[in-house]
Write a protein that binds this ligand. Sequence first.
Ligand code: C2E
Ligand code: CA
Ligand code: CA
Ligand code: CA
Length: 282
Amino acid sequence: AMVYAKKQGKNRFHLLDQEHYEHLNQKSELELELYRAVERGELGAYYHPQICLETGKVIAIEVLLRWDHPQKGVIGPNLFIPLAEENGLIVPIGEHVIRQACLQMKKWLDEGSPLQFISVNISARQFLQSDVLLTVKEALKESGLPAHFLELEITESVMIEVERTERILHDLKELGVRISLDDFGTGYSSLYYLKRLPIDRLKIDRSFVQDSVNDLSDANIVRAIIAVARSLKLEVIAEGVESKEHLTFLQQYLCDQVQGYFFGEPFPAEQMKEAVDEIEQM
Ligand code: C2E
Ligand code: CA
Ligand code: CA
Ligand code: CA
């Protein structure tokens, strides 16, 4: 830490500088490990069901990336996706996730699964920096999955380049892929974009859902998003459903679909059938 330690007065070192150095050090170590993880195939997909409120059936599934670190155990995406976005690794990682999702969905369909689609998260950097359209086309072709079984979850932050985003989304739509707007309400939301972009579904961010039962303004935001979706003829799903109270609230306001730990945490592909059976018997 000496290199970065700045002398303050006589023999005093600035503590923050040392912390900063350690932070940098940790980060580059993690970065190196992330490169290796990609090569060694330590990044894997977990799956989280999306449930139709009217029927109680699992209609779709979201792919959530996990890093199975040999020493540190399972690491969540919030710890490495931002890093991967900074150093560009998000492009190969993202391609891998899309291909994997298409292959897995095709496999489930071939086994007779009634799932309607699989949702893949695409971060804004990934969406704007890589050729998502080409990746999707190739993944669909390779897997033999018809396009309407694939959904991309994008966030409002892609709106910083609204014209490009509009073009890419229209191309994806033409291909037949579904688009949902993730973390809705937390970003650049403009009703104008909703009208202009070919979006199938809004995903209400879990921060609103979680406080909806004891915070009136969050409850009102959730109701307003459901109303906007209704009037624009979009589907709407709430994420972060953790309790019976959340569920009852969302049922009362006629949300289409729900997702959350109330129905269980994300699981590896092998547990799919078991997890779906359990949810549908609730
Ligand atoms: P997200 O897209 O908003 O995904 C939902 C996150 O909320 C997931 O966290 C999920 O496990 C968690 N979640 C779902 N229901 C509940 C609940 O009831 N309670 C609580 N406390 N949490 C719930 P996760 O898996 O840690 O993912 C975090 C974020 O990382 C995702 O947020 C997404 O933005 C990103 N991410 C995950 N996988 C990928 C990927 O393959 N590509 C990209 N670009 N981003 C990904
Ligand atoms: Ca998502
Ligand atoms: Ca979210
Ligand atoms: Ca997100």
